[in-house]
Design a protein around this ligand. Structure first.
Ligand SMILES: [Zn+2]
Length: 210
């Protein structure tokens, strides 16, 4: 975190604190092993707060939350944002109501995405489906799309683009990699990840006992 033109820090303390805290929660759930995962929050029309690259997300400090522009570049040239910053920027640019984006690497998201075909993972008959806005019954089907992983970020962004064009999915999986989900606030995005991770864990167990 560094000073901007005024005395205000580029990342307001409240944003930094909530992303630090969400890292601890994601870590307790074992969704961010090693230095995996990244989290962000929309500050305003010019700034996104996002985790710094290469740090353990369960042990973040305020200094590990940096400000980037909507093109993914850091305000401070000395800051190295998460490798996947462009995926966050893409979601904010697509959906004006999104205030936070969370990404983790859980066992269930990693394994199930590797086992799924291009159609994604379909969930039906789970009571928790009602946790998602607009769904009133378990007798429905929710699809979590899966895209192939890629170390070339612009190419991965292009692969995700059609999914977002189709509307606002609950999130998506990157094959063999992890989950992306978002919400109006950091707390809302965490609920979304928690519900999706619960579904993924259930689905993994269900396939195991089949
Ligand atoms: Zn990742």
């Amino acid at each position: 975190m560094q000073a901007g033109m005024s005395d205000e820090p580029m990342v307001p303390p409240g944003f930094a604190a909530s992303l630090v805290e969400i890292g601890q929660r994601m870590d307790r759930c074992r969704w961010v092993p090693g230095s995996a995962g990244n989290f962000s929050a929309r500050i305003d029309d010019e700034r996104i707060a996002i985790t710094r690259s290469g740090v353990h997300k369960g042990r973040l400090t305020d200094d590990d939350i940096i400000a980037v522009k909507y093109d993914g570049s850091a305000f401070d040239p000395g800051d190295r944002p998460s490798a996947e910053t462009l995926l966050h920027c893409q979601i904010y640019q697509k959906f004006a109501g999104v205030g936070a984006v969370l990404h983790g690497h859980s066992v269930a998201a990693t394994v199930l995405s590797m086992a799924s075909d291009a159609g994604g993972i379909a969930f039906s008959n789970y009571e928790i489906l009602k946790a998602f806005g607009g769904i009133r019954t378990h007798e429905t089907e929710v699809i979590l799309p899966v895209v192939d992983n890629d170390q070339d970020m612009p190419r991965l962004v292009a692969r995700v683009e059609p999914l977002l064009e189709m509307g606002a999915p609950l999130g998506y999986l990157i094959r063999g990699h992890g989950i992306y989900a978002w919400g109006e606030t950091v707390e809302h995005a965490f609920w979304r990840v928690e519900a999706l991770e619960f579904l993924l864990a259930c689905e993994l167990e269900r396939r195991r006992i089949k």
